[in-house]
Design a binder for this molecule. Structure first.
Ligand code: ADP
Ligand code: ADP
Length: 781
């Protein structure tokens, strides 16, 4: 956002009142949304109210509607659930209820409302908005408000944020809470797999999602489950035989366990529910396998929000305030959604209608239409799941051999990419070679054939199972060429980081000298630093941000009960500030120093003064992130000393270097699926290039630039960009792309962390610090 935009926003925000509430089922990330709405609201000069207990609080009014201060939303970003409470409210769907709600808003002068909830809550919000004039007329008639007050509040602006773990809302790629729910599900599946393995058990896992199969489908993809039941795609008649044959087949091939995932709304093709106990009884009766059912239930809503949900909610929350400030009487209610990594405004009612149409299609057994309405990404997930879950014999052998290697440091999702690439290549009839230890292994002939079952269970594994090295190919090019010839390798797939990209470029540039290098080559970017040109995201970045965030959460917590303390935390990333910036937003850091945004001693001074100021009030902790190579002289140690000296008497300072824990152990659900999808895409591309080359030349001979590419995702579009083209947009010295999209997240980090606004009127008694409520534990969980 430019400074002009901010000034304009501040002008429209000054003196206006807005409120935020959370409604319906809670979802992780709602707190981050409440924090962002509150702080952005205050930032633009509005008066912000927090409405407790959802619509119930709005209907009841009184103490439920509280003026918020900047500090009211301190230290809540890492909490699950919603600290302002949520409720199912019987009164709000009635006119009486909404009349009371309207009165309560007008009484506080609030005409801007942000509702964070599912489709039910958003439908309610839209009805409320469309009835607003009528409600005020009625209040005037009843003598509860004057004509003049009604005129002053004649329009209610509504903006919705979709908070739902189910990811069941049309229009947005992701709803708030869905990614965190996947984290919980994967943690449980990973845990169950170890016990299933020990006892050779079959597990039937039931996951939430009401009538939407998203969570079940994506977790099946991320765990390589044997079978998945989702409401949108009921299994064809006779599925019992098919499923049992599949389970038996996998056991015969040596598998010690089976995982079956069932969405809670799973149905058969006649619309009859398929329950987890039915499946269990079937497996026991037909196959005699030791089988257990686990119903995941409310744990899926629980726990800390994932980094993605915290960042998503922060982005959406800030945009919600801008949308409210920009709304005019004729702007229809909108919902803020995500498309790729972009925030979008969508007409609320159209999205709700579309969402309802999915349900209608399912009720009327138009299942193909239901899948289509869920969107391209849903269909893609389903197709890829089907493609990878069972080995189908290749129709013909292709005579092509594909070699796969990892290059650079390990990154979450690398193994998932290798697994899917191996399987798809086998399905295409190619011979697949795994190369150990990157380009060095290719030079040393550390090359082995891989089959479908060799990669079983790889999706959830961290590190690099192939073995990875940073060594570039140029020193060993002769030996590499020799091995390419010896093994008749007709295509190369690299899964790796910046060295992988640089290495591919070297191989491409040596094509003139060696014909063996005239083969299709592709790199799937995989590095925790997210610094490979040609893609918005690299594999492993999501896992790393989650790991760094979890580390910072613990570091922050360690200070509770001690004296005032500022932590300086050093992150990895080389010169690239993506990891520090994303982690900074996810943990609500006070600052994140990165190389790309030069800073000097004045900036350090301003930040230290800001922290000292903060600490003099009721804040106990500060967190400052520093990317490892952000400044040659202002080292982590320097910043530590500076903060220690300047904070003397107010706070003390401690340093933590996060180090290799940022590589993250088990990959995040997103990286498992991202890797799986990229592996499929890469092999499809390689196969096309091989066929094309063979058709044209009668042999494999690829020497055009478009046959040595980076496989990237850019604004949601999968693209293969020639490495030569990317040369011009690469800063080789600092090992990163010259332009980085995430840079526009920087202002957000600062605006959400620092209190620097015009509205800071403190009304004693009205402002409450939101504290974590005791979580009521649902029956069973
Ligand atoms: P979600 O928002 O997660 O879909 P619900 O459907 O339970 O959850 O909705 C939450 C609350 O929103 C309800 O308890 C009710 O107060 C309100 N609500 C839902 N649907 C409507 C509606 N059609 N009209 C008015 N209020 C509604
Ligand atoms: P697709 O099949 O279109 O690649 P996905 O269902 O995997 O889509 O994800 C939907 C969108 O949400 C993608 O555009 C992706 O960029 C984004 N997304 C979802 N989860 C994450 C995450 N944890 N980190 C980054 N982006 C995410």
């Amino acid at each position: 956002m430019s400074s002009m935009d901010i000034e304009r926003l501040k002008m429209s925000g000054a003196g206006r009142a807005m409120a935020v509430l959370t409604s319906g089922g809670d979802a992780q990330g709602m707190n981050a949304a409440v924090r962002a709405v509150t702080r952005m609201g205050i930032y633009v000069g509005a008066k912000v109210y927090l409405i407790h207990e959802g619509y119930q609080g709005l209907v009841d009014g009184g103490d439920n509607i509280k003026l918020a201060h900047w500090h009211s939303v301190t230290n809540i970003i890492q909490l699950g659930g919603t600290v302002i409470g949520s409720a199912r409210c019987k009164a709000f769907p009635t006119r009486e209820g909404r009349l009371a709600a309207a009165y309560n808003l007008v009484k506080k002068g609030i005409t801007n409302l942000c509702v964070c909830g599912g489709d039910g809550s958003l439908t309610g919000a839209n009805i409320f908005r469309s009835e607003w004039t009528g409600l005020l007329d009625e209040l005037v008639k009843k003598g509860r408000i004057t004509d003049e007050v009604a005129k002053q509040h004649s329009h209610l602006n509504i903006v919705g944020l979709v908070g739902s773990i189910d990811n069941d809302f049309c229009g947005t790629d992701m709803t708030i809470g869905a990614d965190s729910a996947l984290h919980r599900i994967m943690e449980i599946i990973d845990a169950i797999m170890t016990t299933a393995q020990s006892h050779q058990r079959t597990f039937v896992l039931e996951v939430m999602g009401r009538h939407c199969g998203y969570l079940a489908l994506v977790s099946a993809l991320a765990s390589g489950a044997d079978w998945v039941f989702i409401p949108e795609c009921p299994p064809p008649e006779g599925w019992e035989d098919n499923m049992c044959a599949r389970l038996e087949g996998s056991r015969n091939k040596g598998s010690r366990l089976n995982i079956i995932i069932v969405a809670e709304g799973a149905i058969d093709s006649n619309g009859k529910p398929i329950s987890s106990t039915y499946i269990k009884d079937l497996v026991v009766k037909r196959l005699g396998l030791d089988t257990r059912v686990t119903v995941l239930g409310h744990v899926q809503r629980g726990g800390t929000p994932s980094a993605f949900d915290r960042i998503l909610s922060s982005k959406l929350g800030m945009e919600a305030v801008i949308a409210l400030m920009e709304a005019s009487p004729d702007t229809p209610a909108c919902v803020i959604g995500l498309s790729g990594n972009h925030v979008v405004r969508l007409p609320l009612m159209e999205c709700v209608e579309l969402t309802k149409m999915v349900q209608m299609a399912m009720n009327e057994k138009r299942f193909d239409e239901a899948v289509q309405l869920r969107g391209g990404s849903f269909q893609n997930n389903w197709n890829i799941y089907k493609l990878l879950s069972i080995q189908k014999p290749a129709q013909t052998q292709s005579n092509f051999s594909v070699a796969i290697l990892n290059v650079g440091a390990p990154a979450g999702g690398m193994n998932a990419a290798v697994r899917s690439a191996v399987r798809v290549a086998v399905a295409h009839g190619h011979k697949v070679y795994a190369v150990h230890d990157g380009f060095l292994g290719l030079a040393n002939g550390d090359i082995f054939e891989m089959k479908w079952h060799d990669v079983a269970g790889w999706t959830g594994q961290g590190g690099s199972l192939l073995g990875t090295k940073r060594t570039l190919p140029n020193k060993n090019i002769e030996k590499i060429v020799e091995n390419l010839g010896k093994f008749s390798i007709s295509a190369l797939l690299v899964v790796g980081g910046f060295e992988g990209y640089e290495g591919l470029l070297q191989l491409y540039e040596a094509r003139g000298q060696y014909e063996e290098l005239c083969i299709p080559m592709c790199i799937i970017p995989a590095t925790i630093s997210n610094n490979v040109p040609g893609t918005d995201f690299s594999l492993g970045a999501d896992t790393a941000v989650n790991a760094a965030m979890a580390g910072c959460d613990k570091i922050k917590q360690s200070a509770s009960g001690t004296k005032r303390r500022v932590f300086v935390v050093e992150t990895m990333g080389g010169y690239c500030g993506y990891l520090a910036t994303s982690t900074g937003i996810a943990v609500g850091a006070d600052a994140a120093y990165i190389y790309e945004e030069p800073f000097n001693i004045h900036d350090l001074k301003t930040n230290v003064e800001h922290l000292a100021e903060k600490m003099k009030k009721d804040i106990q902790r500060g967190l400052v992130l520093r990317n490892e190579k952000c400044h040659e002289n202002y080292t982590t140690d320097f910043i530590h000393r500076l903060y220690s000296a300047e904070g003397k008497g107010v706070f003390d300072c401690r340093v933590n270097v996060l180090g290799h824990l940022q590589q993250g152990g088990a990959p995040s659900p997103f990286d498992r699926n991202f890797g799986t999808k990229l592996g499929v895409k890469a092999i499809q591309w390689i196969s096309e290039k091989l066929t094309e080359s063979f058709r044209q030349a009668g042999r494999v001979f690829s020497n055009s630039p478009d046959t040595a590419c980076v496989l990237g995702i850019n604004r949601k579009v999968v693209s293969f960009i020639p490495v030569t083209e990317l040369k011009a947009v690469t800063d080789f010295e600092h090992r990163m792309p010259i332009v980085q999209w995430w840079f526009n997240l920087r202002p957000m980090l600062k605006m959400l962390a620092k209190y620097q606004t015009s509205f800071c009127e403190y009304i004693p008694g009205e402002i409450e610090h939101v504290t974590r409520r005791s979580i009521s534990i649902d029956a069973g969980y």
